[in-house]
Design a protein around this ligand. Sequence first.
Ligand SMILES: Cc1ncc(COP(=O)(O)O)c(C=O)c1O
Length: 365
Amino acid sequence: MNYYEKELRALKRSGRFRRRELPERGVHDFASNDYLGLAHNKNLHLQTCRQLERGDIHAPKASLLVGGYHHEHRNFEKELCRSNEFEEGVVVGSGFAANIALIEALVRKGDVLIMDASYHASGVLASNIGALNKEFFAHNDMLHLEKLLSRHQDKKRRIVAVEGVYSMEGDIVSKEVFELCAHYDAILVVDEAHSSGVIGKNLLGVYDLYDVKIAPNHIKMGTLGKAYGSFGAYILASEHIITYLLNRAKPLIYATALSLYDTVLAHRSFLYIQEHKGALKKEIQRRQQLVYKVLGIEMPALILPIPIGNNERVIEIKKELEAEGFAIGAIREPTVPSAILRIIARLGEDAVSFERLLRELRNYF
Ligand SMILES: Cc1ncc(COP(=O)(O)O)c(C=O)c1O
């Protein structure tokens, strides 16, 4: 008997069926989140291997709290804190786990979670654990957020969750969120999965872009599997919030610490980005200018969503573009309310191929 056959048939009928696919060889990658192309940088990989070879272990062996904490973790946390001007930090096994850790541990009885309606699935999943009090505000709508903050002034704590750059819309969170959270004494969680390494004077993300002075209510979550060309995540916050998370957040307590390879690789990539930020920023701007020139669309970061509105059609277009030598994302419901093509203007592909893809895309809208 096939236990889930009926459900799979329903998914196929509605054009929502998903499958893993190995990437075609020789196709230009405009689909992955490797924004700066660092996943292809063999020097960073070799430097990481050499550094690990010098130590006596190469795997973390246990959770951070029972012997799995290594000086490579600490060095990277210190670097992240210093550059981002946060008091304390902790590395986490993945961005998904970091969101579960933050939302599940921070929102207690008598608090309210106020989350952008487009927040990542990991945060939404965490908001469904237990019976926490939660509200969603319309995507990036600061008037709606203010209404909710004002309505919940009687709550013990207000915890607001936003993304720096939204993974599907590609837009940047409004600067007003920082002022509103300060005014209503709310804790602010910013998921910088798609903004760190991509925006800001120092390519550090949205706190950097808006030149926000870091305050005790600020929390930054970042992932290492995107612009940083590695795998894993980190949380930066005040010393007391990080200490609290280490005592309450289950993904930090009950999971093996971040792999040492991923930690060292991300650290090396981070330093590489800081060293080459001028050149990288120029290349990012070049991609943004090309999008404007060919399609007349402003792309504030490196994500270009193209609305198509039909689950079957986005898959067809993805296949047609693949035949032309371009891999792009075809994102369907329920990940997005209405199907889109999601193009990542990765620096790992040259600007000439990117412009060719943009010209192809003109056939579709
Ligand atoms: C906004 C956002 N947050 C969190 C995650 C999860 O991060 P990770 O892939 O490191 O688990 C993603 C990942 O795809 C994401 O887009």
